[in-house]
Design a protein around this ligand. Structure first.
Ligand code: GTP
Length: 664
């Protein structure tokens, strides 16, 4: 007899069934031994929620680890939902639910910022397969998540929108997968759209990726059309992981999260051996030993299992209480069975730095712990301790882009209830020092400056250098003229231009990083009615004429807004910032002068006029409740203000001023 998992009265249960009738569904190694008591399934195995799952029924040959990669909004998360439904991992309920987008920020913004893992069970041609799916973000700011996820995979589903065709991040993601030598399954999504043109997209795929159009699968993730074919291609094309269960345990920590009650939950991919509750494991990074409390798979919620075996992907909880104990990229092995650690990951290269300070210094320790926990979940953020006269003790954090910074800030607020002051984002400039005194102080001639407050004066510098990127833009050809003009205003130098089909063009430019970091993408989208896409990669440093600009309120410098700019842009940026600030600062009892200055030279000025009357005086007639209400509202408003000299500035004014500074 074989036990078979099936559905009865809305719940999944195990049934007993004669071997002969179920043999086709049995996993291969069981076949010889039947009619022994082996589990087979044609239905969701993961639904045995009450019991720990036995993962030994999935030999390495029946495991496929793959990821879905695509340009933003091309339908990764929707396809992931359909795959979860087809395999019975989740119920077929609400379409467009985006099950793997778990974070509040992801649901609010409709974007994926965190890679997520889900184990799917699928029977195909009489064999039971374990398919580990890793959903990844599409936006360039989160590409570090993509490259990390790929290290646990042997193949990818490359999704391209049938209407939009290949976009800048499709290119970037394709090359990540290609360089990692992964199997690539090209999928053309959204064929249900009226304007879908799958033939055109197939031609693009042939031209740019050298993949035959016969290999492309046309699907509608929304309607579920052809999605099952994608799963079958995963089984056919993606090789099983090249690992051996008889080797000693070798587990790569490829992601980790912090749970307030259970401590660190490490996502692991097993490159050898097996692991179970009670095992003593060692972290190759810290050399600390832990006892494993729980192992399991993600379906996509945690589902405990008896063991995890080589080739499988899952989670492990082992009493790691400190966030610093679970380094992403670490290798875990069994006590007394040391192994050569896996290569781990290249550390992320931050593109944008910003200061982060508690609104109230008494909140310093709480904020510190919140930042540490969040960086465990997002290891691409770098942290340096920092302090300033005006803002007190804080940190200087490095991010992969401005969206990354905003999302991090939003997650701090939403997940940790933390309120912070953020300073102007800056890119990592370099200065070649000429002053012997400064060279001695720093111990080197060339220094990297990530804080405008520490930008060395021209008199002690022989040359400033700014970071550059190689940007790729893909656009319908009718927008080329406007885009070239935009790139020129951003001091960009054209490197290449080619047609990827009859109407679409790919442009390549070298940009100074600070010209694109804040709002280039928004500007590009708006002038191309949303049709152009953009991606970039690091392209080293170039010499630049840089100056430090201060923003003053009634003569007092606003530390949050101090920034380094190219000399030719100083006037325009200063003027725009003053104008924005004028809109963002409410009138007060006195006049406020807003100035942009280079050293002692003021280059732009705006004025916020004083109130003409006391507002409270308007509450005439002695209506005390109205008066109290107004006072209360004012007091609440003040909590969200920062005082610079005697001027009160709403906290959220800063980010909006910075974000839109160069739109003008
Ligand atoms: N018409 C149609 N719309 C689709 C299809 N697949 C996805 N969409 C829609 O396209 C939008 C983006 O889909 P997502 O699945 O969030 O895209 P994504 O690639 O995961 O986006 P990011 O997570 O932000 O990178 C959503 O509004 C989906 O409903 C499809 O097959 N047909």
């Amino acid at each position: 007899m074989l036990s078979l998992v099936t559905r009865a009265a809305g719940v999944w249960v195990r049934l007993r069934r004669a071997c002969s009738t179920a043999a086709l569904l049995c996993c291969q190694p069981c076949m010889e031994k039947c009619p022994a008591d082996h589990v087979v399934f044609s239905r969701p195995y993961s639904s045995q929620k009450k019991e720990k799952l036995d993962m030994s029924i999935f030999p390495v040959e029946n495991i496929r680890n793959f990821s879905i990669i695509a340009h933003v909004d091309h339908g990764k998360s929707t396809l992931a939902d359909r795959l979860l439904e087809i395999t019975g991992t989740i119920a077929k309920t609400d379409r467009n639910k985006q099950v793997l987008d778990k974070l509040q920020v992801e649901r609010e913004r409709g974007i994926t910022v965190k890679a997520q893992t889900a184990s799917l069970f699928y029977s195909y041609e009489g064999m039971n397969y374990l398919l580990n799916l890793i959903d990844t973000p599409g936006h360039v700011d989160f590409s570090y998540e993509v490259s990390r996820s790929l290290s646990a995979c042997q193949g990818v589903i490359l999704v391209v929108d049938a209407n939009e065709g290949i976009q800048a991040q499709t290119m970037a993601n394709f090359y990540l997968a290609f360089e990692a030598q992964l199997a690539i399954i090209p999928v053309i999504n959204k064929i249900d759209l009226k304007n879908a043109d799958p033939e055109r997209v197939e031609k693009q795929i042939e031209k740019l990726f050298d993949i035959s159009k016969d290999e492309c699968i046309r699907i509608s993730a929304k309607l579920g059309t052809n999605v099952e074919k994608v799963l079958q291609e995963v089984i056919e094309k993606v090789p099983p992981p090249n690992v051996n269960i008889r080797d000693p345990l070798k587990a790569l920590v490829f992601d980790s999260t912090f749970d307030h009650y259970r401590g660190v939950i490490a996502n692991i991919a097993l490159f050898g051996g097996e692991v179970q509750k009670g095992h003593k494991i060692v972290s190759a990074h810290t050399r600390k030993t832990y006892e494993v409390n729980e192992v399991g798979i993600l379906t996509p919620n945690e589902q405990p299992t008896h063991k995890l075996y080589a080739g499988q992907v899952g989670y492990l909880i082992a009493g790691m209480k400190e966030v610093t104990e679970a380094q992403i990229g670490d290798t875990l092995y069994l006590h007394k069975q040391p192994v050569e650690p896996l290569p781990g990951f290249k550390s992320a290269k931050p593109m944008v730095f910003a200061g982060m300070y508690p609104v109230d210094q008494s909140e310093y320790n709480n904020l510190k712990s919140a930042i540490e926990k969040l960086t465990l979940n997002d290891s691409s953020v770098t942290i340096h301790r920092d302090s300033s006269l005006a803002l007190g003790a804080g940190w200087r954090l490095g991010f992969l882009g401005l969206l990354h910074l905003e999302v991090f800030n939003q997650r701090l607020e939403q997940e940790y209830n933390a309120s912070v002051i953020l300073t102007a984002p800056t890119v990592p400039y370099k200065a070649v020092l000429s002053s012997a005194k400064l060279i001695k102080e720093h111990g080197k001639e060339e220094i990297t400056v990530i804080n405008p407050a520490e930008f060395p004066d021209k008199s002690s510098v022989s040359e400033y250098l700014e970071p550059t990127v190689l940007g790729t833009i893909i656009t319908p050809d009718e927008y080329i003229g406007k885009i070239i003009t935009l790139c020129q205003t951003r001091r960009a130098v054209q490197k290449d231009m080619m047609y990827i089909d009859e109407h679409r063009v790919m442009l390549k430019y070298i940009f100074p990083l600070n010209e694109i970091v804040v709002d280039f993408y928004d500007a590009l989208k708006s002038l191309s009615s949303g049709y152009a896409s953009f991606d970039y990669e690091d392209a080293g440093y170039q010499a630049a004429d840089l100056v430090k600009m201060d923003i003053l309120l009634n003569g007092n410098s606003v530390e949050e807004l101090g920034t380094v700019v190219h000399k030719d842009k100083a006037y325009a940026v200063g003027k725009a910032m003053c104008e924005r600030l004028k809109d963002a600062i409410p009138r007060q009892l006195f006049e406020i002068a807003i100035q942009a200055a280079l050293g002692s030279k003021v280059i732009a000025r705006e004025t916020v006029k004083a109130y003409r009357k006391n507002v409270l005086a308007k509450c005439y007639g002695g209506d005390i409740t109205r008066k109290m209400k107004l006072l209360k509202r004012q007091a609440e408003g003040k909590k969200k203000m920062r005082k610079i000299g005697n001027v009160e500035v709403p906290k959220d004014a800063f980010i909006s001023v910075l974000k839109r500074q160069s739109e003008k």
